[in-house]
Structures are given as C-alpha cells and as structure tokens.
Design a protein around this ligand. Structure first.
Ligand code: RI2
Length: 298
C-alpha cells in the first residue's frame, strides 16, 4: 500500500522491471530471462486486483532478443514506452473528461483516483466553477488524499462519510470515479463502495462516469477469468484490541467491489468516451490477444 492507485502501480512495476534488467550481471541469455521472469512473478503477486499491474508487466516482457544486451535494451525501451503512454493517456482523459463537466457542476468521487483528479483539475483550469464531493473511503481514508489534492489546487471540496452518499446524491450532478480494472463485459472493479455509489446515482438519475486508461481493461476476462478481489487485513477495520475483545467475531475486508455495466453511463478512456458495452472491442483492438499469450508463457 506504499504505492497505491492503479496508475502508479502500473508505472512502478514497469520501472522496477527496468531497474532489474539493468542490474542483472550475466552474459547468459537464459539466466537473464529466468531472472526477469522471477521479477515478473514477484511483482505480479503483490496486488491481485489492479489490472494495470499484469498489463504493465506483460507489456515490458514482450521482447525477442539474441543477446542479453539486446534483451536489456528492449526491456528498458518497453518500460519507458509504457510510462510515457500512461502519462499521455491520463492527460488525454483529463481533456476528454473535462468536456463532460459544465460550469457550476457538483461532482461526487469515491476513494482516490489520479485519473478522475486529472479531469477535475483540467475542468477547473478551464475556468469552470466546480464543487467536488469526496467520500472518506473507509477503512484507509483515501478520500483524504483526494481532498488534499483538491485543496492544493483550490477546488471547492466537501468531505462526506461513505454512508452519506445516498443522502447527498440529490445535490450531485455527476459521479466520476477511477478504475482498478474493467472486465470484458464492461463492468467496473474499483474501491469497495463504488457499486453503492453507482446504485444511489442510478436511483437519483445522476450520470455515473468511470475514468480509465485502456490498459486497465482486463484481457484475461475475455477468457472468463474473474478479476480477484483483494481481501485485506481485518486490522484495517477493527483495532487489534477490539479483535481480542471479540475473539469469535469475523471481520471481512474486501478492498474492491464490482459495479455492473448497466449502472455505468460512460467510460472515459484516452481513445474516447465509450459505452461499457465496447469493453470487449477495446481489449481486442487495443490490447491485443498477444497479452494473454505472453501471460501463459510466464
Ligand atoms: P488511479 C485505487 O485503488 C482506487 O480504487 C482508485 O479508484 C483506483 O485505484 C484507480 O486509481 P487502491 O490502489 O489509477 O488505492 O485512477 O487500492 O489513480
């Protein structure tokens, strides 16, 4: 959790692979490749839900080389390309997303998404008067990070409890959240509570928009694989003292939940604002089947 937010996780994985490639001291290509695969597996196992992690690792590991030097150069180039693509994608999403925001809009967001923030910042810098309502986001209070970003830029912000979302929805014009993963059928995996926000928005007829780069779409989901929901430590929810007091109490702490595509009005990607039903085409055309093939080989 030192590196959090799906964008940062993907970029950090790419740069860790690059550093590893640069530090391996061998002339034996087989040894080099095996060390890179070990690094891949280790990083892959750190967070199960954000699809940016496997997508970034697969992107970096797509190389063919006859020598260690060639392999190293290819990995470094791939990692740099992934990070550069990611930066330009987030910027583009900010521009596209800002078109959806009108002067005077109140926008609700959940957790902390750097991509959603890019939209708010772009709209605000265009001179639109906006208000952002940020949920606290129990148990790790990532809403505070959102609030901190917004306050630094000067965007009027209201912090609310997660449980106040439905009460507050009548004052909201638009919901914009980030994504940890988008599945082939256009469903969204994001911080736990997102699906409740979507339900409340749906009931109040408030548009629900998700901001996600195309490398957050899950190629494996095309093959029926489920995106794993990370179950985090109970101590994030209940102090160790209280856990001791109630030794038979079970505490469940899923970090993410699934918002069905029918509650999502639009996904804003760097290639445009699309309906969730187009997710399959994004995976097929933009990510390519070779991502899956690579995964099988590692
Ligand atoms: P960006 C976060 O997960 C939140 O669920 C957030 O919506 C999502 O990543 C996307 O964040 P966590 O890593 O990529 O805090 O838009 O568990 O920054």
């Amino acid at each position: 959790m030192e590196i959090r937010g799906a964008v940062k996780i993907g970029r950090a994985a790419a740069s860790a692979m690059k550093e590893e490639a640069k530090s391996i001291q061998t002339d034996d290509l087989q040894v080099f490749n095996e060390r890179m695969r070990e690094a891949y597996r280790l990083l892959y196992s750190t967070r199960p839900t954000a699809v940016t992690l496997p997508n970034s690792l697969r992107y970096v590991m797509r190389y063919e080389a006859k020598t260690v030097d060639e392999a190293r150069r290819a990995i470094v180039a791939n990692a740099d390309a992934f990070i550069a693509n990611s930066e330009s994608a987030v910027k583009r999403i900010g521009e596209i997303g800002a078109h959806r925001i009108k002067d005077g809009d109140t926008i609700l967001t959940h957790c902390n998404s750097s991509v959603a923030f890019q939209i708010f910042e772009t709209a605000f810098k265009q001179g639109k008067n906006i208000n952002v309502v940020a949920t606290e986001t129990r148990p790790r209070q990532q809403g505070y990070i959102t609030v901190d970003f917004l306050q630094k830029v000067g965007i009027p912000t209201t912090l609310i409890l997660d449980s106040a979302v439905r009460y507050y929805m009548k004052k909201v014009d638009l919901v914009i959240v980030g994504a940890d993963a988008i599945t082939a059928n256009g469903s969204l995996i994001n911080k736990v509570g997102t699906s409740q926000v979507a339900l409340a928005a749906n009931e109040a007829r408030v548009s629900f928009i998700c901001a996600a780069e195309t490398y957050k779409f899950s190629p494996m989901s095309v093959f029926g694989e489920m995106v794993e929901i990370e179950e985090r430590d109970p101590s994030e929810v209940l102090s160790p003292e209280l856990q001791k007091k109630w030794p038979k109490l079970k505490v469940s702490n899923p970090a993410f939940d699934v918002t069905p595509h029918k509650y999502i009005d639009m996904i804003i990607t760097e290639i445009g604002a699309i309906s969730p039903e187009m997710a399959y085409w994004v995976i097929k055309d933009k990510l390519g089947w070779e991502l899956e093939e690579t995964a099988g080989g590692i």
